[in-house]
Structure formats: structure tokens, C-alpha cells
Ligand binder design. Structure first.
Ligand code: BDR
Ligand code: CA
Length: 317
């Protein structure tokens, strides 16, 4: 069977790192490229981290295209929580992996996205697991992108849960105008994996032991990244089960190879860009009270055992 092609847009990041490894190593996936953007860490660090991850697992052939360094219209966002605070707690600026001598691609991420989709003869799923700045910029330059992308799988937002404010999730909050453009653009299919789903696929210290026990570069790197996240979450944002963490971005990649890992409902999603208390909120119309037609398959649940087994199987090879 032909492999499913994808482009992963990342701000690597401890959970992005696991997503990159899953996308690069799963035998049913063909990771065409990674694109990077401002988010968890400044974009230069995100690019460097992404290259480190790919090199560490022997995928030096996957190119990394660096994208935009600032949100579309809020040059000083995110404030008042700085990117450095967030990086320090959950990610660290530089992942604990060997440095890379490899350079990023010469072309910028936005240009790469536009050109690649213009020329594509195969379907390429677009998987943004970071602020949506690159995707919104590409759409603004080439609105036909909506017709060329078969499916967009986004990690972002939350209905019952926020993580950076009481009502907003980081990826959407960090560039709300970009997110509003993407959700309103008219893509053929959007699958949204918000916190409501990622907080159900919690990964534990025992799971990290399984991953480390594989003795592979990916198993060890995943255990290291996830272990770091468990410490950070226990200290700053404890999960329903202490000693566990969501690995948000990897759930999107897991869905590509095992769709039942999430359970979705087709709903309308819009993004708040003005509210003083609610900026960056994904307004998900669960009761069909608005006039917007459902345009997203929104995940409200996920299967932790299936998710962890997939990571273990993929990183064992
Ligand atoms: C999202 O924000 C980032 O910190 C993570 O990498 C993930 O994409 C979770 O809110
Ligand atoms: Ca991310």
C-alpha cells in the first residue's frame, strides 16, 4: 500500500519531537518535510531542535524549512507569559540531543508550502501542530491552497480545557488571527485535535520505562522528552492522574495511521480574536446554536493504550 504523505509544521518542543519521530519512523507514513514556526521556542531553536531529532533517528534525508518568526499581526505576542517561560517549563530551548551539522533548507517554509502543493501530483496531508502563522501566510498568498490540501490535521484549541489562559490553548492563542484565517479558509477537511482529546491520552512514567527499554534512539529520546514533560506538568499544570503528561502533537500523527485513536464530532469552529478574557479561544459550536456550518471533525476523546502501544511499536524498530 502507498505510504501516506505528510508535511509536519512544528515548533519543536518536547511533544513536537515525539510527533516528528512518529511521522519519520512509521512505515505507513512518508514525511515529505518539516516546516518550523515561532511558538514553544523561537523559530531558530525550533528549527535546530527539529534537525537534531531527525538526525538522531537517522532521517537526515527529511528537509526542514524554517518559517515565520513572529505572529501575523501581534509582533509582541505572546505576552504577558513570554515564550521563554513556556520554553523553560515544558520544553527547554534546546532538546537534550546531539547537535547537528545539517543546515535548514535554503527556501522559507511559506514558499515551500505554496510551491509543493502547487506541484503535487500525490495527496499530501498537512499537519500543523504549532501556531498557525505559516499556514495563514501561505493561504493569504495562495488561497487555492484550500483545494490542494486533502486534509489538515491541527493540534490546537480546547472546548472544556485551556492551558495558557482559562479559555485558550497555546497554539491558537499564540497567533489567533492566523488561526481565524485557517479555520475560515474553506479547507476540504479539517481534523482538529484539541486539549479535550490530548488530555485523555496521558502518558505515564511506566510508559516512559517501556520506551527507554526499547534501547533505540527514538525510544530513548521519546522517554527523555516525555519524562521532562511529566516533571513540568506535575509542577505547573498537574493532570487528572499525577505523574502523567499529554504528548499533544503526537496524537495528530497517531490519528493518521490509526484513526480510531481519536473520536470526533463534526462541528463548526471559530476563533476569538477580540475578547479581553477569551482571545485565542476556539469557539466550538457543540449545540448547533450558531449559523456557521460544521467544518471540522473535532476530537473530544482519545485512546491512551492504543496511542502508547503505537509509539512503542514504532520506536522499537
Ligand atoms: C501545544 O502547545 C505547544 O506547547 C505544544 O507543542 C502543543 O503543540 C499544546 O497546547
Ligand atoms: Ca507544538
Amino acid at each position: 500500500m502507498a505510504k501516506r504523505k505528510l508535511i509536519l509544521d512544528v515548533d519543536t518542543g518536547t511533544d513536537d519531537a515525539v510527533a516528528v519521530m512518529l511521522a519519520a519512523l512509521h512505515p505507513a507514513l512518508d514525511l515529505v518535510a518539516c516546516t518550523t514556526v515561532n511558538g514553544n521556542v523561537e523559530v531558530a531553536h525550533g528549527t535546530d531542535n527539529t534537525l537534531r531529532v531527525l538526525d538522531h533517528i537517522g532521517r537526515r534525508d527529511v528537509p526542514v524549512y524554517e518559517g515565520l518568526a513572529r505572529p501575523l499581526v501581534r509582533p509582541d505576542f505572546p505576552v504577558p507569559r513570554t515564550v521563554d517561560d513556556r520554553a523553560g517549563k515544558f520544553h527547554g530551548k534546546t532538546l537534550p540531543l546531539p547537535p547537528t551539522a545539517r543546515a535548514k533548507a535554503a527556501q522559507g517554509a511559506v514558499e515551500f508550502l505554496i510551491e509543493t502543493y502547487r506541484q503535487a501530483t500525490d495527496e499530501i496531508t498537512l499537519v500543523p501542530v504549532a501556531p498557525l502563522t505559516n499556514i495563514a501566510a501561505a493561504l493569504t498568498l495562495d488561497p487555492k491552497l484550500t483545494e490542494r490540501v486533502p486534509e489538515v490535521v491541527i493540534m490546537g484549541g480546547g472546548h472544556a480545557i485551556g492551558n495558557v489562559t482559562p479559555s485558550a490553548e497555546f497554539n491558537i492563542w499564540a497567533d489567533p488571527e492566523a488561526a481565524a484565517i485557517v479555520f475560515g479558509a474553506g479547507f476540504r477537511k479539517i481534523t482538529l485535535v484539541p486539549l479535550d482529546a490530548t488530555h485523555r491520552a496521558l502518558v505515564s512514567r511506566a510508559d516512559c520505562d517501556r520506551l527507554r527499554g526499547l534501547g533505540t534512539p527514538a525510544g530513548e529520546a521519546a522517554a527523555e522528552c516525555i519524562g521532562h514533560r511529566i516533571v513540568a506538568h506535575d509542577a505547573a499544570q498537574q493532570m487528572a492522574t499525577p505523574g502523567t503528561t499529554p504528548v499533544h502533537d503526537a496524537v495528530c500523527v497517531a490519528y493518521l495511521v490509526e484513526p480510531p485513536v481519536i473520536a470526533t464530532r463534526k462541528l463548526h469552529v471559530a476563533v476569538e480574536t477580540a475578547g479581553a478574557l477569551t482571545v485565542g479561544r476556539t469557539v466550538i459550536d457543540t449545540q448547533f446554536r450558531g449559523s456557521g456550518l460544521p467544518q471540522c471533525d473535532v476530537a473530544f476523546d482519545s485512546d491512551p493504550a492504543r496511542f502508547v502501544d503505537l509509539l512503542v511499536r514504532t520506536f522499537a524498530a
